[in-house]
Write a protein that binds this ligand. Structure first.
Ligand code: FAD
Length: 360
């Protein structure tokens, strides 16, 4: 069977490794529009250690450049901290993607343009000519072209992020900072003793980022700046012999916008479906694993975006007063459990009723 993966990001490359390991008779090729994997950069690289401990195939630890032992949350000058030893790791995303792209068949500088069906095969139109394949995988990221082919009724909201790497002195080398800011949030992630990653989600993220850096009074040299898109919502992830995985399938944590762990875990589920010739079970199987976390996260995100100033302060105080619950039960990757626990706390009902009234 000939499999063509579109996109040599971490998820597409990981899938290619899994397929190669599980069935050596498969012909797996990736086409990638850029000249190498990991370029251009569009990620903070903050993931949980589960990425390394729970994934099937051993990932390149050489790309781990810092460990995070907790987070400090901020709102209007108030703050609180939760501590959790090694709750997350900071990746050098360029190195991570590059190392993952080794020892698999990737054709660079080749853009996917479209596809046509011819009997039981697909003819894939690319910048470098036509290719044929039995199975097409769209691992082509946030703005997936393959997604547009299999689902024209997708329910997706696109978020825009920007980030700067700054050479300065990180205040706390192992603590991430999260700034709650209506309607989105901003972050400061230390990469080393002297380099930090400062980013935000916004309507005009690049100009808002420069303003935010000034507000934080960060002095130092901006080493690089970049932006990127995060698609949150839902779409069909399989039709006929075409499937989507990673950002292309919106396999993203709605509250933090992190997509690496879900995308790579779903690549594992997809590889099993391909090997067992049961591609039709893929959508059901990955939603069984992550569907609830994504659905609950999307609802909470919508509520968060609708909070007025007064309610946001109340939510912040509620989290601050219950930080021991966060420390004990919050999971970096799975959010529905902690959300349901927080919903049972005294004081939440009042905030929810106000929001419900607004929605009606
Ligand atoms: C500012 C920002 C910060 C982020 N921070 C984090 C974080 O800290 N932790 C986390 O887990 N996630 C984070 N994310 C999300 C994370 O970057 C993505 O979830 C992850 O990269 C998804 O991997 P992927 O392989 O699905 O897609 P991508 O990494 O986007 O890879 C898709 C690949 O497909 C290629 N491609 C696209 N179209 C075509 C085409 N037509 N033809 C050929 N090739 C094509 C692209 O060039 C790219 O190489 C962040 C995102 C942004 C924007």
């Amino acid at each position: 069977m000939k499999i063509l993966i579109i996109g040599a990001g971490p998820v597409g490359c990981y899938l290619a490794h899994l397929l190669k390991q599980k069935d050596k008779t498969l012909g797996v090729t990736i086409i990638e529009e850029h000249s190498s994997s990991g370029q251009p950069l569009h990620c903070t690289g903050l993931v949980s250690d589960s990425l390394f401990s729970r994934t099937f195939f051993s990932l390149p630890r050489a790309a781990v450049i810092n460990y995070i032992d907790g987070a400090q949350f901020h709102l209007n000058g108030d703050s609180f901290q939760i501590k959790k030893k090694r709750v997350a790791i900071v990746l050098d995303r360029r190195m991570f993607d590059y190392l993952l792209s080794q020892n698999i068949d990737v054709v660079y500088n080749n853009r996917f343009l479209g596809l046509e069906k011819s009997k039981n095969k697909y003819i894939v139109l690319t910048e470098k000519g036509d290719l044929s394949a039995d199975l097409i995988i769209g691992a082509d990221g946030a703005n997936s072209s393959v997604r547009k082919i299999i689902d024209d009724e997708q329910d997706i909201k696109y978020y825009f992020g920007a980030q700067a790497r700054i050479k300065t002195r990180a205040v706390k080398q192992h603590i991430a900072q999260v700034f709650m800011k209506k309607p989105y949030f901003s972050w400061l992630v230390p990469e080393s003793e002297e380099i930090i990653r400062v980013g935000l989600i916004g309507q005009n993220p690049h100009s808002e980022l420069l303003k935010f850096i000034k507000e934080l009074k960060i002095e130092g040299q901006i080493l690089e700046k970049f932006g990127g898109i995060m698609p949150l919502g839902s779409c069909l992830s399989q039709k006929d012999n075409i499937a989507l995985v990673g950002d292309a399938a919106c396999q993203i944590k709605p509250l933090t916008h992190g997509g690496i762990y879900y995308g790579m875990s779903c690549a594992e589920i997809l590889s099993d479906c391909i090997i067992n010739r049961r591609l039709n079970l893929y959508e059901r199987n990955w939603r069984q694993k992550f569907g609830e976390d994504i659905a609950v996260g999307l609802k909470i995100k919508r509520l968060y975006e609708e909070l007025d100033d007064e309610s946001l302060v109340k939510v912040f105080r509620l989290l601050k007063n219950n930080r021991s619950i966060l420390e004990k039960f919050a999971d970096f990757d799975r959010h529905s459990d902690i959300i349901l626990r927080l919903f049972r706390l005294k004081g939440v009902q009042g905030i929810l009723e106000k929001l419900l009234f607004k929605f009606i």
